[in-house]
Design a protein around this ligand. Structure first.
Ligand SMILES: Cc1ncc(COP(=O)(O)O)c(C=O)c1O
Length: 388
C-alpha cells in the first residue's frame, strides 16, 4: 500500500514569501513547447514583457530581465553602477538590507552600514543625517519591503531626501513590485530590482533591474566591467541593438511572465494593489484578534506579508508543522528572529479565500496546541474585508 497524505507537497497552500502559488493559467504555460530564443517570436514576447514591467515599476527607463533569482538582480545593479572603492551607504533593517551591503562589499565598495532595529522603519530623517555625514556617497542601497521583518520602509519620503545628494538610489523591490505602489520615476528612484517568484506570480528564476532614463545615459557612457554575466551594459547593448538578451534566457519562464503580466494588467495595477492592501489589513486584523502582536512598527506594516510575534511559550516548530499538516505552508523568522516570529505572505493571487483559510487553520492549530485564542480571527478578517 502506498502512503497517502491529503495535503502533500503538491496539494499545499503556499503562503510563504516566495515562491507563491501560481494561477493555473500560469502553471499550464510551464508545459508549453520550448522555442528558440533568437527568433522574432521570442523577441516579441520579451518586448511586451518589458513594456508591461515598465508599468509595474513605474518607469519610462529600461527594465533588464535576467535569468537568475532576485539576488542576481541585486548583484547586477551593484556591480554595474558601483566601482571598487566607491562609497556606498547601505541602510539595513533586516536580512535583505544586510544582503545588499554584503553584495556591495563583495564588489569592492567602501560600505557604510547603517543599522536600524529589525522591525523598525528606516526614517527619512536618519537618511538625511547619514548623507550629511557622507556627501561623497556614490550610492545608497535600501530595501523597500523588508521580507524578514514585514516592514514597508517609507520609500517616497526617503527618495526625496536622497534626491538632494549626488548618490544613486538603488532599491530592492523584490517583495513590493507588482504587489504594492512602486513609482520609480515619480519618486526619483534610480535603480530598482525585483524577482519573479513573489508578487509577479511566476516560479523562481528571473530577476529584473529597472533603471531610470538618467541612468540609461550613464550606462551608455560606461566603459568598465565589474562582472561578466551580470554586467548591465552588455544587456543594454543587446537590448538596444536587436531586442535580445545577451545570454540564453529561461524561455519557459518568460512565457510564464508574459501570461502573468497580462493577468496583472487585466486586473488593473491599481485594483491589484488595493486587493493586496485589503488582504493585508484583513490578515493583520485576523491575527491581532486571535491575540497575537504584529512585529512591524505600527504604520509601516508591509502589504505583501505579515510578520507575527509568537505568544509566550508557543513553539515555532509545532505551530508551523501543524499548519502544514492542515495544508498551509507559512514561514518562520530568519536569523535572530527564528522561533520568535512567523511570516505569512499575501502576494500575487491571494484573496479572501486564502486569508480566511490561513486564519481558520491558525485558530484550529492554536486549539490543538492548547493556546486559547483571544477572539475569532476569521470574524475580524471578514469585518475588514466587508469594510468599504
Ligand atoms: C526583499 C528581498 N530581497 C531579496 C531576496 C532574495 O531573492 P532571491 O531569493 O530570489 O534571490 C528576497 C527573497 O526572499 C527578498 O524577499
Amino acid at each position: 500500500m502506498s502512503h497517502f497524505e491529503l495535503y502533500d507537497d503538491e496539494n499545499t497552500l503556499l503562503m510563504i514569501p516566495g515562491p507563491v502559488f501560481l494561477h493555473p493559467k500560469v502553471q499550464r504555460i510551464l508545459s508549453r513547447p520550448i522555442f528558440g530564443h533568437r527568433t522574432n517570436h521570442f523577441r516579441g514576447i520579451l518586448a511586451e514583457c518589458e513594456e508591461m514591467l515598465k508599468g509595474v515599476f513605474g518607469t519610462n527607463g529600461t527594465v533588464f530581465m535576467l535569468t537568475g533569482s532576485g539576488t542576481s538582480a541585486m548583484d547586477a545593479a551593484v556591480r554595474t553602477f558601483i566601482s571598487p572603492k566607491e562609497k556606498v551607504v547601505s541602510f539595513i533593517g533586516g536580512k535583505f538590507g544586510e544582503r545588499f551591503a554584503d553584495i556591495a562589499q563583495s564588489a569592492g565598495a567602501n560600505v557604510i552600514r547603517v543599522n536600524v532595529e529589525w522591525g523598525k522603519a528606516i526614517k527619512p530623517d536618519l537618511v538625511k543625517k547619514v548623507l550629511e555625514e557622507h556627501p561623497d556617497a556614490k550610492a545608497v542601497t535600501i530595501t523597500h519591503n523588508e521580507t524578514s521583518t514585514g516592514v514597508l520602509h517609507p520609500l517616497p519620503e526617503i527618495a526625496k531626501v536622497v534626491k538632494k545628494y549626488d548618490a544613486y538610489l538603488i532599491v530592492d523591490g523584490i517583495t513590493s513590485v507588482g504587489g504594492d505602489y512602486v513609482k520609480m520615476d515619480e519618486w526619483g528612484v534610480d535603480v530598482m530590482v525585483s524577482g519573479s517568484q513573489k508578487c509577479l506570480g511566476i516560479p523562481p528564476g528571473l530577476g529584473f533591474v529597472a533603471i531610470s532614463t538618467e541612468l540609461e545615459s550613464v550606462l551608455e557612457k560606461m566603459e568598465k566591467k565589474n562582472s561578466y554575466y551580470l554586467d548591465l551594459k552588455t544587456y543594454y547593448k543587446y537590448w538596444k541593438k536587436k531586442g535580445d538578451l545577451p545570454f540564453t534566457g529561461s524561455v519557459t519562464l518568460f512565457y510564464a511572465l508574459y501570461e502573468s503580466l497580462k493577468m496583472i494588467f487585466a486586473e488593473g495595477l491599481e485594483a491589484r494593489i488595493q486587493r493586496h492592501r485589503k488582504m493585508a489589513r484583513a490578515m493583520r486584523k485576523g491575527f491581532t484578534d486571535l491575540g497575537f502582536e504584529l512585529f512591524a512598527e505600527k504604520g509601516y506594516e508591509s502589504n505583501t506579508l505579515t510578520a507575527v510575534k509568537y505568544l509566550p511559550g508557543m513553539s515555532d516548530n509545532e505551530f508551523r508543522t501543524r499548519m502544514q499538516k492542515h495544508g498551509v505552508l507559512i514561514a518562520g523568522g530568519q536569523a535572530h528572529l527564528a522561533g520568535k516570529i512567523f511570516r505569512v505572505a499575501h502576494m500575487n493571487m491571494t484573496g479572501e479565500r486564502e486569508v480566511l483559510t490561513v486564519l481558520a487553520v491558525a485558530e484550529l492549530v492554536m486549539h490543538e496546541m492548547g493556546v486559547k485564542p483571544k477572539g475569532s480571527g476569521v470574524k475580524g478578517a471578514i469585518s475588514e474585508i466587508l469594510r468599504e
